[in-house]
Ligand binder design. Sequence first.
Ligand code: UDP
Ligand code: UDP
Length: 447
Amino acid sequence: MAASPRSSRPHIVLFPFMSKGHTIPLLHLARLLLHRNTTVTIFTTLANKPFISDSLSDTDASIVELPFPQNIDAVPAGVESTDKLPSMSLFVPFANATKLMQPNFERSLEILPNVICIISDGFLGWTQQSAAEFGIPRLVFYGWNNYSQTICRSIVVYSLLSGPELDDEPIVMTNFPWIKLTRNDFDEPFNSREPKGTHMDFIIEQAITTSKSYGQVVNSFYELEPLYVEYWNRAWEPKVWCIGPFCLAESVKSDPQYHQKPTWLQWLDKQLAQGSSVLYVAFGSQAEISSQQLREIVVGLEASKVNFLWVTRKSESELDDGFEERVKERGLVVREWVDQRAILGHESVRGFLSHCGWNSVLESVCAKVPILAWPMMAEQHLNAQMVVEEIKVGLRVETSNGLVKGFVKSEGLEKMVRELMEGETGKEARVSIMQGLVCNFVNALAA
Ligand code: UDP
Ligand code: UDP
C-alpha cells in the first residue's frame, strides 16, 4: 500500500498506564498501527518518556509528555510509574493522582489533527470523559486476558465470593463449573466475602467508565480462550476484540543488531554450545518478595542443580553473599533490564519460572517455553490457573501448606523446578506447548 501524506493519515492516540507491564504491549500496538499507515501519538509522563522513546526510536511515533501531579497523598515526589512505588499499597493513590492530568491532556488533544480514536488504559478511566468531550471513540486496554476478566466480572456480578465459608473452599462458578477456584486465588480487593474499600471503589469506578467506552482491545488471541471471549461478548459490554499477541509485532532483536552482545546473551550461547538446558527465572517489574522467601529461592535453585538465568532487582547481599560464586558454573544472576523475549526465544531456554504477569505468559507461549507458575499478586493467580488447567502449558510451584498462596519452601521449589525441566509432567507441558492448538496459531501468525 502506498503511504499517504502524514497530514491526511488517521491519527490514533495511545495513553498507556505508567507501569512496564501496561506500557510495553501498547508500544507493540503502536508499531502495528504505524504499519497500517496511521499517525500515532503516545501520551506519557516525563520520567516514562525515555523508555518509550528508546523502544520506538526506529519509528515516527510522536510522544507528548504531561506533568505528573506532585504532592499527592503518600506518592513520593518524582515517582511516575508503579514499578518505582515503594509499595504496591500505594497503587490506588497513585492511580487516582493521574486524574489531575486531565486538563493538560485535553489541552494537548485540542491541537492534534485527525484524531479518530483514543486507546487508553482501563486504569485511566478519566480519559473516557475527555474522549466524549471531543467526540472521539475510546478503546480500553487493561493488559489482561479474557479468562481473568470474565472471572472477575462474574464473581462481582453474581456475588460468588460470599458463597464459601472458608478461603480455601471451592467457589461455585456459575456458568463455568469446571473452573476450580477459591477465595485464595484472588488478591486484594477480591479476596474477601464482600469486596469493599478504596481499591474496590477504584476498580468499580474504572469498570463503569469502561462500560461507557466504544470497546476493549485485548492482548490475547481468540484460539487461546474462545469460550471466554464469546461469553464476555454475549453477556457484557463493551465488546472485546482480541488483537494480540502484541509482542509478535516486533521481531526479537537478533545478534547483528546488538553493538556488543550483552553478558546474559553470551552466557546463553555458551550454555547452548555445551548442550545445557536453561531455566529462566523472573518475577516481573512489580513483585514484592520477602527476604525469607528470597532465601528459599536461593537454596531451592542451588539444590535443584539446573542451569538457570535469574533476572532480579535484588542486590548480591540480599540474595546471600557467596551464592553467585558457588553456582557460577551453571547459574547467572542479572540485575539489568533485559530483552525478555530474546531470552525466551534463545534455544537453550527450556523452562520459565514466572510470576505469570500476562505479558510474560504470552511471551512464553509465543516462544513455546513451558512455565513453572508462581503467581504473586493481582490477577496473576488466575493467569496461573489458566496456564496449568486451561491451556495446559505449565505446572505450579508447591507451597508448604498446599494452598495456592502459601509460602514456598526450597524443597518444594527444587522439586518442581526439576519436574519442569526433567520430569514427566514437565514433558507433557512441553509437548502441549510445542504441538498444541495454540502453537499452530502462533506458527501461523509468525509465518
Ligand atoms: N521485561 C523485560 N525486561 C526486564 C523485565 C521485564 O523486557 O528486565 C518485560 C517483559 O518481557 C514483559 C514486561 O516487562 O513484557 C513485564 O510484564 P508482565 O505482565 O510479565 O509483568 P509485570 O511486570 O506487569 O508484573
Ligand atoms: N485484580 C485484582 N485482584 C484480583 C483480580 C483482579 O487486583 O484478584 C485487578 C486486575 O489486575 C485488574 C482489575 O482488578 O487490573 C480490574 O478488574 P475489573 O473488575 O475492573 O475488570 P472489568 O470489570 O472492567 O472487566
